[in-house]
Design a protein around this ligand. Structure first.
Ligand code: SF4
Length: 358
């Protein structure tokens, strides 16, 4: 693979200040990147030409290009993004709450959004229900390629309010398999003079690499974690997530218990409900038992079938009965809205449709 040029988005503000003199120029660049979402040096009007030429030799501005997007009727927009080496990956813009106006037409609450970002091109984990897994693993994303997803989507949606944005690391790839670049991106997102998206508004969703959950915990970045559990016994979980053989359910639960969790928050357990696989009350009962000592919240997700899959979408009545059982036994439980159900909303689907292959 040819050498990729690093990006200005690879740097924390401190690093950029060490790189660009005088210091106020670094501040200006940070503002162009994260307040104006500049994607070229030409847009950075108040920088001297010589400095722009010097930087352009070593660094690109935004390493991503939008090559396709699909918008759903509920406001979800799925993006296919191209990297410098021509590889592609996806990010999703999800509208969580509508803007609210009072009777006089004044804004009382801005709309809220969540951006779902990718951390790798492809994935090594190999979940059998996942389209991304079918294409295997290509490469890790750099921290700039992670950061630029949020910048690119905010720019495309002309979105200026950082406090109204949450980030979930739930796109293509296993975030903890690219831990160093992930940790750097988390820091860059947090920068006060940058995007200023605090750690509490960032959730790392993992398929359950238990040893890496411990490592992330030791880094003490302040982020939330979500665990893709999907099954309550190791036999089914190993069928769905082959990596479960190395990181079984028990090791994941123990790692979660050791993770530094904000006492006001809960650990999210994602449970992908698949018809006749894990949608019965016996599974619900086992799930309650498994999460007994954890301040947990369970998010039930409808499996979204894609062409060629062996699995089916569960019945609504079974989903509701499952939820009712958990709630009656003291667990917080939500059913995830099938956002973007009319577009290719499961990970890997837009890429598949656009290129015909992963
Ligand atoms: S579901 Fe996530 S962890 Fe599993 S193969 Fe797909 S991208 Fe990887």
């Amino acid at each position: 693979m040819s050498q990729l040029k690093p990006s200005l988005m690879d740097f924390t503000q401190k690093e950029l200040t060490a790189l660009v003199k005088p210091a106020f120029r670094a501040k200006q660049i940070y503002s162009w990147l994260y307040h104006n979402y500049a994607s070229t040096y030409e847009e950075m009007k108040n920088l001297p030409k010589a400095l722009k030429e010097e930087l352009a030799e070593k660094y690109i501005v935004n390493p991503l290009k939008i090559v396709n997007k699909e918008e759903s009727s509920d406001g979800t927009i799925k993006y296919l993004l191209e990297l410098q080496d021509g590889k592609t990956m996806e990010a999703v813009w999800l509208k969580m709450k509508d803007k609210q106006l009072d009777e006089a037409g004044n804004t009382i609450q801005e709309a809220k959004y969540t951006i779902c970002v990718s951390t790798q091109v492809g994935c090594k984990v190999g979940c059998t229900f996942c389209l991304t897994a079918k294409g295997g693993f290509t490469r890790d994303l750099s921290s700039a390629e992670i950061v630029a997803q949020v910048v690119t989507l905010k720019r495309d949606n002309n979105h200026k309010h950082n406090r109204k944005i949450n980030i979930v690391y739930m796109g293509m790839g296993e975030p903890l398999d690219n831990l160093n670049n992930l940790a750097k991106a988390i820091e860059i997102f947090k920068e006060d003079e940058g995007l200023c998206i605090g750690a509490k508004r960032q959730t790392v969703s993992t398929s359950g690499l238990s040893t890496k959950i411990d490592k992330l915990g030791e880094m003490d970045l302040g982020v939330h974690i979500a665990i893709s559990l999907h099954a309550v016994d190791d036999k089914l979980r190993s069928e769905l997530i082959p990596m479960n053989k190395a990181h079984n359910i028990n090791s994941i639960i123990e790692a979660v218990k050791r993770f530094p969790i904000d006492t006001r928050k809960r650990v999210m357990f994602e449970y992908l409900v698949i018809k006749n696989k894990n949608d019965d009350l016996e599974s619900a009962k086992k799930l309650v038992k498994l999460l007994t000592d954890i301040k947990a919240k369970v998010n039930l997700i409808y499996f979204n079938p894609y062409p060629g899959t062996d699995y089916d979408r569960p019945e609504k009545k079974d989903m509701l009965a499952f939820q009712e059982y958990l709630v009656n036994h003291g667990l917080l439980c939500t059913i995830r809205d099938s956002k973007g159900i009319d577009i290719s909303a499961a990970c890997g689907q837009l890429k598949e449709k656009t290129q015909g292959e992963i």
